[in-house]
Design a protein around this ligand. Sequence first.
Ligand code: ZN
Ligand code: ZN
Length: 124
Amino acid sequence: MVIDYSTYLGYKCPSCNDFSTKRLTVFDLPGKKHLKIQCKCGESHIEIHPKGTQYIIKVPCFICSHVHEFSISKKKLWTSNIFAYNCAASNMDICAFGSEKLLKKWQNEFFAILNYIMENDFDY
Ligand SMILES: [Zn+2]
Ligand SMILES: [Zn+2]
């Protein structure tokens, strides 16, 4: 079996509130250098740091405005169909990666949830 070592990474930018999506391949993450993926607005970015058999992913959070750190095995990053991370303070997804198709689906569902929250103006 040939494994396609590429994935799509998406997150919601805290500055422009848009989704930033980027295709990654294993060649974008060589050796010990870390990778910065900037939003098209240039105001925020994700960082991916290789660490042993894992990657440390630092994601700016559009909800609580902290930078959240997640770790994931290298294998999982390249082989997951879809995988989302959420903000522990709010339980909302802030970042996901996976196939282009499923990431798109995740974004659409995410938009639907956000619209629902805004339209209904929940008081907690
Ligand atoms: Zn942005
Ligand atoms: Zn957060």
